[in-house]
Write a protein that binds this ligand. Sequence first.
Ligand code: 5GW
Ligand code: MN
Length: 331
Amino acid sequence: MAPYKNMLLPRSYVIGALVVFILFIVGFCIQNIDWSQKVVEKSIELENCERKLLPYTANKRKMGLNVLTPWLAPIIWDGIYDMNILDNKHNSTRIGLFVFAVKKYIRFLLPFLESAERYFMVGHKVTYYVFTENVNNVVKPKVVDGRILQLHNVVADQRWQDVSMRRMDTLTIFTKEYMRNEIDYLVCADVDMVFNDHVGVEILGDLVATLHPAFFLSELKSFTYEHRRISAAYIPKGQGDFYYAGALYGGKVEEIYKLSKECQKGIMEDKKKGIEAVWQEESHLNRYLVYNKPTKVLSPEYLWANGLGIEEFIKRKRFLAVPKKNEEVRN
Ligand code: 5GW
Ligand code: MN
């Protein structure tokens, strides 16, 4: 037995040496990857699509100009996608467009729908879900074959804050069951807008939000999140990624169900306390998206308003706000 016992010691030395050797080789290989080369390759690729990666600065300024979020969701800018590939991938995808037009906002509906016929998901299966207080009064646009216009009656609330918040309630009801059998993705939009350039399947994803055009170059601390603790839309100071707009978001029907249910719950909690979030349902949407990160983010190309001043980054104004005089549209 003695000789074996003696041999145990050298054997553990051999294993130890082997481990050190493997670690050495692994370390050597890692060192040999030329990361600077990788970065160069990436920049060339981005240069071809006329976008460059910008440094991720502490105050997050210009983060909105990147093509990826810190959690690696794409930010959609002109040139970062291949339309042919995406159109093929989505050749049987069914897409819904949800829009609310009550009271004086009915005037925006026809231009909205006509522009959607020209630019929104052209060549795909589209259903418009229009909500208004009197479907018989709606002037219908010509809708191309393969596209469906659904008109639904909805209560026109007295207070404008309630009108825009009723959208969430309506969304919850319709995404719960009804829409599930009809569409795969739902896009929710303000009606005081027109499509002004291509908006296609590149915007589809599980949960999609749009950078608010007034804040995409702003620092986190100037975002107009709800910072009062008492509101269900509360976001603690220092938290959050982007300021998203309530005027365009979307996703799989199931995801929009979860989103609208949660936002609606928050709105009702606030109402019970006699308060209202600083930017109504947009505040609740932003809160939801801090804790449920979107899988795709749309650049302000997808939500623009003329007169914002900062146009150097915006090559295409795909979805444009219609200028409105408050006294014309408010109650
Ligand atoms: C009316 C007065 C003040 C605020 C909202 C309304 C209003 C909104 C209305 O009377 N009827 C209506 O259908 N809406 C819907 O809510 C529209 O789809 C509208 O685009 C959306 C959000 O309201 P907006 O567009 O006034 O909000 P901002 O932030 O774009 O000005
Ligand atoms: Mn609007």
